[in-house]
Structures are given as structure tokens and as C-alpha cells.
Design a protein around this ligand. Sequence first.
Ligand code: 5GP
Length: 335
Amino acid sequence: MRIEAERKLDFDDVLIRPKRSGLKSRAEVDLRRTFKTPHAKIEISGVPIIAANMDSVGTLKMAEALGKHEIFTSLHKHYALDDLKKAGINGDFTFITFGIDDLNKIDTVMNALKSNSVNKICLDVANGYTETFVDFIQEVRKHHPNKIIMAGNVATADMTEALILAGADIVKVGIGPGSACMTRAMTGIGYPQLSSVIECADAAHGLGGLMCADGGCKMPGDVAKAFGAGADFVMLGGMFAGHTESLSEEQIKNLAKNDNMIEYYGMSSEEAMNKYSGGVAKHRASEGRVVKVEYKGDVKDTVRDILGGIRSACTYVGASSLKQLSKRTTFVVKT
Ligand code: 5GP
């Protein structure tokens, strides 16, 4: 047994210190970014926020709405191929999500969506530390040398490097910080998210790779902190839950009956496993929970709040673009 006694931080433990700024208005701040991917060797451009691949967040309607703001969506993995084909997906801003799946399935889906220029794959597992997952990324990379692959989740620098070396362009970082996540409580495993982002961004950038901070953002200020800490992308679940675009017709019909409250659940929760895997397998426990969120209307208003908050953060530290935010960020630890 070993103890690492150095203090690790969560978003709530810090604030970004304001700095002298020459910017006249937050409207001057450019939130778009363009990254070159290390393996696929193609560019990815947009506002680098991604709606999480949860079935109550990463929906086709959400992708359509967020795409208009050049924001990305990682579609949840439970769509039938026919639904994906019919949807006319905007490939510029959409990731197609898979677990450790049959490689043939990935080939079939990605080939079927080629005509929409869909070229982004998200490989999502709860525990990205297994050799099986690393081998799987290598195989997917061999089959899809020119597609952008985002893979995770991990929380430490060593494993961020391992996933990039295996073929991931973007590593998804976050074990335990999610709003519907029970991993820390059920297993004792985790890593404070702000420190994780700082350490994994450094590791990814050292190899020419990219990283996505996934989980733990509750307010626009947390998103600004994640970018300030070095994240290239930030993935949001709870902040995008409870909108018109993420609700089923049934939920919309029952809004008044449920006092405008929506149930949003983790993808490893008992609810999700009952829906998609025929129940919780004997050897496992639920590592997700149901969270009630108030209906928030159309997602465009939330987008305005999030982007407004980040623009304002940039103005406070004198960053004229999102790219400059991490260079201009000094965190102060709250006492
Ligand atoms: P949020 O933005 O809501 O704080 O976090 C979203 C992230 O939580 C997702 O992208 C995913 O990585 C993680 N997540 C979603 N469902 C579950 C779950 O059931 N259990 C755990 N441990 N994490 C989850």
C-alpha cells in the first residue's frame, strides 16, 4: 500500500484569478478551435464542447441543435443503424459511440455513414485501464486509419499516454466526477477532476495528442476551469440533460404531471442496465444513479449561458480566444 499525500483538486477547490486585460468586449472572444489529430492526421474544428454519449443527452435531436452552434455531440450507442442513416447526421460535429464491440459492427456502421462525412468514433468504456481496451483501440485504429478516434475513460497521465500510443487521437478523462456517477461511492476509485485534467492534458500534449475533460461540470464556470486547466474538449452530461432535445415524446407529454421534473440516469445505473442489458448482471453493481433535473426548455438558451460564461472568463484573464485561456489561467486554491 502507498499513499500519495500531495493535494489533488476538484473544480470546486479553485477559482481563476482575474488578470489585466486589453479586451473591450466579450464579443471579441473567439471560442472556435481547430486541432490537428495525431493519428487520423485530419483537422477537427468547432466550439470544443461535446454532449455526452448518454441516452438522455447524446440524442439525434441534440446533435442537430448543437451542430448549429458548431458544438459536438457524441451520440449514445443504442441507436439502430437505420435510425442513424435516416437522420442525415452532420458529420462535422458528430461522434458515433461504441463500447468494446464487434469490429465488424464498427466497420458496418462507419461505412454506412460515409456519405454524411461521419468520421469521428468515440470508444467509451467505464474503465479504460484494461489491456483488452488498449488492444481494442489498436484494432479499431488498424481498421480506420483516417478516422478520428476518441477513447476513454481514464484519469491519470500514464494511461492517457497508453491510449494515445494505442491509436487514440483524443483521450476522454474522468473517473468518478459525473453527476449521475456512483463509482467513487461504490468502489472507492477516482481522481479529483481538475488535477486529472491538468495532468492528463500535459501527458496528451506531450505526445501530440488531445484530451477531453469528461464529467463534473455543473455550471459554466466549471467548463471555463476545465479549459483553463488545459482541456482541448469538455464533455457535458448533466448540463445538457432535461432539454426539449433530450426528452422522449412520452417525457414531454408527462411534463406537467411530473411538476416539470425529468429523470436523468447514469449509463451504468440499474435503470440503464434494465433498459439495455436485461437487468444488472449477477457479478456487478450499479455504478450510476437517477438524478431529477428541472425541465430547462430548448438547449439554445443553455448554450448561450455556457458560451457567455466562457467568453466572460476569457475577458477576465485577457484571453482573446479560447486557445489562449489556459496560457492566461492561474488557479487560486480556496481555503
Ligand atoms: P456530468 O457532465 O453529468 O457531470 O458527467 C457526464 C459523464 O458521466 C459522462 O460523459 C460519463 O463519462 C459519466 N457517466 C455517465 N453515466 C455514468 C454512470 O452510470 N456511472 C459512471 N460512473 N459514470 C457515468
